[in-house]
Design a protein around this ligand. Structure first.
Ligand SMILES: [Mg+2]
Length: 150
């Protein structure tokens, strides 16, 4: 079993659920992939560690796109206040799906429905139940009134 988990809006909203699931998967011989838009920096690693979630692999959309020299297009703000450069939306939205195909992930859990169309891997849309008024990130440049979940 290869499970991949988003961080913002998923792990950080219900850490007790994903801590239990991730430990169960790894204890059963499976893999847990942290698949996030955020840069894999100390602050983000600490956030995951504090959540109690364990993992075998990690992948950052931001770090990947930066690494291949993709063109930047605006900025986003995560719920923790971190501001990060972003990339062209269709490219950004498609990367998690491609990663899951390449890594032969069995199930991806995410709170951003827009990513679904790029997935052939089973995709479980997560709603924590108490976050309906919250947004996972805010696009700071491309529109002042339109927000988009990541
Ligand atoms: Mg998210």
């Amino acid at each position: 079993m290869k499970l991949s988990l988003d961080i913002h809006g998923v792990i950080d909203y219900k850490p007790e659920i994903f801590s239990f699931i991730s430990k169960s998967v790894i204890a059963s011989g499976g893999e847990v992939h942290i698949v996030t838009g955020g840069s894999w920096r100390e602050e983000l690693i600490e956030l995951v560690k504090k959540s109690g979630v364990v993992w075998t692999h990690h992948f950052s959309v931001y770090d990947y796109l930066k690494g291949i020299g993709a063109k930047e297009d605006g900025k986003i703000q995560f719920p923790d206040g971190t501001i990060q450069r972003k990339f062209e939306s269709e490219l950004w939205d498609s990367i998690k799906g491609k990663y899951c195909i390449e890594m032969e992930i069995d199930l991806h859990i995410d709170d951003t429905e827009a990513y679904c169309k790029y997935f052939t891997t089973p995709f479980l849309l997560f709603k924590s139940g108490d976050d309906l008024e919250k947004l996972s990130h805010i696009d700071l440049i491309n529109s002042s009134n339109v927000t988009k979940k990541i």
